[in-house]
Every structure is written in C-alpha cells, then in structure tokens.
Design a protein around this ligand. Sequence first.
Ligand SMILES: Cc1cc2nc3c(=O)[nH]c(=O)nc-3n(C[C@H](O)[C@H](O)[C@H](O)COP(=O)(O)OP(=O)(O)OC[C@H]3O[C@@H](n4cnc5c(N)ncnc54)[C@H](O)[C@@H]3O)c2cc1C
Ligand code: FES
Length: 512
Amino acid sequence: MAETPETNKPDFRNGFPIRDLRDGSMISGRADGEELVLGRRGDEFFAIGAHCTHYGGPLVEGLIVGDTVRCPWHHACFSLLNGEPLRAPALDPVPCWRVERLGDKLFVREKLPPPAPKRGTESPSSVMIVGGGAAGLAGADMLRREGYDGPLTIVSADASPPVDRPNLSKDYLAGTAQEEWIPLRPSDYYRDRRIDLLLDSRVSSLDTKRRRIVLESGKALEFGALLLATGADPIRLPIEGATDSQLHYLRAFADSKAIIAKATSAKRVVVVGASFIGLEVAASLRARGILVDVVAPGSQPLERIMGAELGLFIRKLHEAHGVTFHLGETVSGVNGRAVTLTGGTVVDADFLVLGVGVRPSLALAEQAGLTIDRGILVNEYLETSVAGIFAAGDAARWPHPHTGERIRVEHWVVAERQGQVAARNILGRREKFDAVPFFWSQHYDVRINYVGHAEKWDAIEIDGSLDARDCAVAYKKGGRTLATVTISRDLRSLHAEAAMEAEIRSQKRDVA
Ligand SMILES: Cc1cc2nc3c(=O)[nH]c(=O)nc-3n(C[C@H](O)[C@H](O)[C@H](O)COP(=O)(O)OP(=O)(O)OC[C@H]3O[C@@H](n4cnc5c(N)ncnc54)[C@H](O)[C@@H]3O)c2cc1C
Ligand code: FES
C-alpha cells in the first residue's frame, strides 16, 4: 500500500534527533495518530498541535517568537507552553505535549493539560458590551477566560449571533462555505458561559453618569463597566432611479444572504467601488458564474491603500477572471436594468452591490458626550474619555505606538485583539494595546496579507514579483518600513510583524 504523506512524517514517540531541529525552527510529525509540530528555541523544545484553531493554518510554516508561535495565515498567536490562544483571530487553544530530551534525541510524551481557568473575580459588578461583532465577542470571550464571574451582556443590533464577518464576502458568498461555519460560536457557548446575548436590540442612549444604557425598545440596563464595540456602517449612496431592492450593501449575515438570494437567478451585477469588500464580492460572484462590472472613481483599485503597482496587479487579477472595470467613473443613474455611468456607458445589471466604504458607528458615543475624533477616542488602554467605559474595533481611534499617530482601522484581527485587551483592562490589568495592525484580503486563490499601518509613504520597495504572485512590498517613510504587504510570503509577513513589535518594545525602553 502506498504511504500517505502523514505516515511519512516522523513519529515523535520514537525519538527525533536534536541535531535535525535548528534553533528557531519547527518540524511536523505525529504522535498516536495526531499531527503535531516540534519546535525549538535555544535549548527549549515544544510540541504543539499542527493546525491553527482559526482556519486550520499550518503552524509548522509559522514563526516562533519568544515562547509563542504565530500562524502564517492570519497571525494568530499561541503560547508554546500550554497552547493558549494569546491573540486573535484564533479563540481556542491548540493541544500541547510534554517533550523529553534523552541523550541526543527528543521524545514527545503525554499531552499537557489545557490552559488552567483563571481565578474567579466578580468585579466590576457587571459588564455590558454594546456590539455583537469581532470586538464584542472577543471581549466577552476574554472576560470569561480571565475568570470574570459577574453578569455579562452583549447587546447587538444584528439579528444573528456574532458571525465570521470576513467570510461573508468570501467563501460564504462564493458558495463554498456552509452556513453552519459562519457563527463564531454555537448557541450553547453563550449559555455555558452565562453570556446574555440580546440580539436585534439597538442601544439608543448611554448615560455615563448613571451608568446605564437604554434600548430602542425603551428597556434600561445598568452596568458596572462598558465596552463600546459598535463597529462601522456601510456608506449609503443615493442613486437616481434605483429602487431599494436593486441596491445591496454588505455588512451583516443577512446582507450576504440577500445577495446570494439575488445571485441565484442573476446574470449580471454592477459592483460600485473597488474597495476590498467590493472586489471580494466581485470575485465571489464570478465564482457563481455571474458577469461583474466594477465601477470606481479611482485610477486603479486600492491605489490609496496599497499604491499603483499593487492596484494594477489586483486589477489584472480580476480582469483575468472576467471582471470588467470602469475606472474614473461613478454611476449617474439607474433605469430598470440599465445602469448609466458618468462617462455615458450603459451597463446591464440585475442588481448593484455598493462597497464604497464605511463610517464608524459613533451615534451612541456622541450622544453620551464621549470625546470623538473621527472615531471614539481612546487611550493606550482603550479607555474612552470616561473612566470605566472602553471602546474597541472599527469605531475606536487609538494611539498606535509604532508611528505615534492616533489611528482607526477596519481590520478583523485588530478589532478582536482590541476586544481582548479592553476585556483585561476592564478587569484592572492596565495593559497597553500595542499589537501591530494586520489584515488580509482574499481574491480568488490570492491572499494578500498586510501588516503595519502606512497612510502615507515616500517609497515602495517590491521584493520578488507581483506577476509571479510571490513578493513582499514594503511601504517606507524616511527609510523606515511602516507596513509590508506579502503575497505567498507568509513567513516574511510574520517576520515584518515581529520586527515592528521589537521596534515598539525598544521605543518603550527609550521612553522608560
Ligand atoms: C463583508 C466583510 C468582509 C471583511 N473582510 C475582512 C477581511 O478579510 N480582513 C479583515 O481584516 N477585515 C475584514 N473586514 C472588516 C472586519 O469585519 C471589521 O474590521 C470587524 O468586523 C470590526 O469589528 P467590530 O467589532 O469593530 O465591528 P462589527 O464586527 O461590525 O460589529 C459591530 C456590532 O455593533 C452592533 N451595533 C452597532 N451599533 C449598535 C447599537 N447602537 N446598539 C447595539 N448594537 C450596535 C452591530 O450590530 C454589530 O453587531 C470585513 C468586513 C466585512 C463587512
Ligand atoms: S488560520 Fe491561523 S490565524 Fe487564521
């Protein structure tokens, strides 16, 4: 019988030569039928499950940083000591094994116990989270992981429990991800952790002095500490002649389902905006065999965020998959199926998807009198201008230690990590949010990873080849790399993240 690749892998129960494991490296193998990775840092050895608990990324292709391992796909960070998911997007631990060194060999022994539950605390008296998205769920999850035993409520305007929002424009919309994969947690998760999840419930006012929120239904709820994780809302464009049923936006699970419902009988769609979401929608609808016209005012897609070269690459990638671009134009009007562009072209479409950006959801924070500056202003601990009220995710603007600027981003991983740090700070930990921003975007079989933050740059350096889809693109200002985009170079992306983290640490030392 032919050997499978799995059976070719070393069985770590039988011993593995130390000399074959370089410092800082990892190798995959197995033990009792389970796939795992053996890693080395100096004279310390670790054995950890082979797959990331986010989307199953291969940890062996990741990076060891201190006593953590980083996932190559979307930069989740796990403890090598006990498998704890230290940083999102993974929310669940990976198993770890004890490693014994005997002579010049390493032996993987028994599985280690999972991360121990933290000692319980009931302070603050209760925690209210407004927003059932990335930051809200990750915050609630972390509060319970950190041993918070008090009342914990998530109030969400969404009709569905927290979902894997990035999937809504990717595999789910393309029809390759099942509906059951979309909720971030099953319903019994909330019951088991005593998280009161109020869905379809919009908070209409916040009284910071009396420490209470009021729902649109009129119900008032008091809180000890509050996390505002209200995210962002799609910008809505009035389009002359278009009916509401012709125009689609994409933020919630229901929006993705509505587009899919239309797509089942549609032949042509116009996507307005060449943003990440617009282009991911274009790719997913192409996967469904629908003809897609993208209309956008810029000269290249994504040029403002990633520069002209990458913009051209993205455009060619989509064109190769049959997308037609109408750049330097917008939609001037719709008449039935006829979509007229500002340049005079008329395009036939069953419906339109508008992906023209988002605005942070600030109404509640504004009404409550919190300090706002194009986002809810928070300090390095993610606390707003009112003590005990924190903000995280797309709605928050925070001091980014790498550049010293206050920034607001729309990245899944940042929102989750901020929710996690805010949760610990609600429990009094005084932890600074100093993670390096990261996001990814998927276009057909090309994943673009972006680490760092560069709103402006004076040089772009491309290492490798965009056409070969194998490159790292550095965005530099004054000779310093502010951000790096990679395609097919996941390890490079992790190294770029680690280098920026080291810079932040050394800046902190200089200040101290
Ligand atoms: C289709 C799509 C694809 C994406 N793909 C990627 C990707 O590939 N990579 C990436 O890095 N990022 C991606 N993003 C961005 C990412 O999803 C966001 O950055 C992230 O969801 C922000 O998390 P958040 O918790 O701040 O906000 P959200 O996840 O939007 O959650 C906000 C929550 O607040 C609720 N809310 C708002 N106001 C109120 C109120 N007054 N009362 C009660 N509830 C309220 C909303 O109902 C919602 O539940 C994508 C976004 C979309 C829409
Ligand atoms: S698969 Fe590991 S972070 Fe996404």
